[in-house]
Write a protein that binds this ligand. Structure first.
Ligand code: B12
Length: 249
């Protein structure tokens, strides 16, 4: 268990002290950010501050200096977004601020994508990915897509607010054996189940493996709605995709 004082970055320490009230969240956040190098803490701080240009610059510099892309993603960008999420939930910040942070996240991810995608590995399979109907969150889905592409999958990205019919059309059009759905809202999670039902109604459920994910989704929820698998993060998404496609993990 790390201590707050072990986090070198002053701004991050203040953010945690001021905004992270729940003991379990405080513990998790401190543990993660204490493990992050000062450079990663700076990236997290720039993202929390919604500073698009600085996040862009610091991410580029870290990658140029040889910091692995996954480290920048997990200990810089995602660690920062974790604090943003808690501040948003507790009404310390609102949609405009979160949008600025999301823009900063995208600026950082733009540098990570080519690295994770430049694998030159044999295609592992074709995947359709989309955020379900009614849901506009796409940061996590896009991270999964980057990691899938980096692992040799060909990914067709349907974007956000994807209806069951669009998922079905895409699977048929691209002859894709795998579909991934993302949902970040408890109100849109049921649309994953509705999409699975639509595949059953169209007599296509046996043609495609379906994986699901997103912060509120759980293994139990995935099992209940009849998905073939659930992944908690982008790394798990790749492992799951490989397992479902029978590719060696
Ligand atoms: C950024 C953000 C926004 C941005 C989205 C920008 C964008 N382009 O995505 C904006 C400002 C637009 C937004 C809007 C809203 N949001 Co919002 N948002 C967030 C926030 C802060 C971060 C989400 C995020 O990007 N996380 C980082 C990524 C990396 O994590 P992730 O998405 O979970 O993805 C990972 C895993 O889940 C997994 N994964 C994801 N998808 C998939 C798919 C598969 C197949 C697999 C295997 C794995 C997988 O891998 C990913 C990478 O590791 C969250 C808080 C949070 N902590 O989640 C709230 C949050 C999701 N939002 C929330 C709310 C309420 C809203 C709004 C309704 C607010 C409003 N009043 O308007 C609107 C809804 C708009 C809509 N219709 O979708 C709530 C949801 C509450 C609930 N229980 O449903 C949250 C939890 C905040 C809170 N209050 O606590 N939001």
């Amino acid at each position: 268990m790390a201590e707050l004082a072990e986090i070198a970055n002053n701004f991050i320490r203040q953010e945690i002290e001021e905004y992270i009230e729940r003991a379990d969240e405080r513990r998790r956040t401190i543990d993660t950010l204490a493990k992050a190098s000062p450079r990663m803490q700076e990236i997290a701080a720039a993202l929390i501050d919604g500073d698009n240009e600085l996040t862009d610059k610091l991410t580029r510099e870290a990658l140029d200096a040889g910091v692995p892309a996954l480290e920048v993603m997990d200990y810089g960008l995602i660690a920062g977004m974790g604090i943003v999420g808690i501040k948003f939930r507790q009404n310390f910040i609102f949609v405009p601020e979160v949008l600025a942070c999301a823009r900063a996240m995208k600026a950082g991810m733009a540098h990570i994508e080519p690295i994770l995608s430049a694998s030159g590995i044999e295609p592992a399979g074709k995947v359709i990915m989309g955020t379900v109907k009614g849901d506009l969150h796409d940061i996590g889905k896009n991270l999964c897509i980057m990691m899938l592409r980096g692992s040799g999958f060909v990914v067709i990205d349907l974007g956000v607010d994807t209806s069951p019919d669009r998922f079905i059309d895409a699977v048929q059009e691209h002859h894709a054996p795998l579909l991934g759905m993302s949902a970040l809202l408890t109100t849109t999670m049921p649309n994953m189940g509705r999409t699975i039902e639509a595949f059953i109604d169209a007599d296509l459920r046996d043609e495609v493996k379906i994986m699901v994910g997103g912060a509120p989704v759980t293994q139990d929820f995935a099992d209940d709605m009849g998905a073939d698998g659930y992944g908690k993060d982008a790394v798990a998404c790749v492992t799951l995709a490989k397992r479902l496609m029978g590719v060696a993990v």
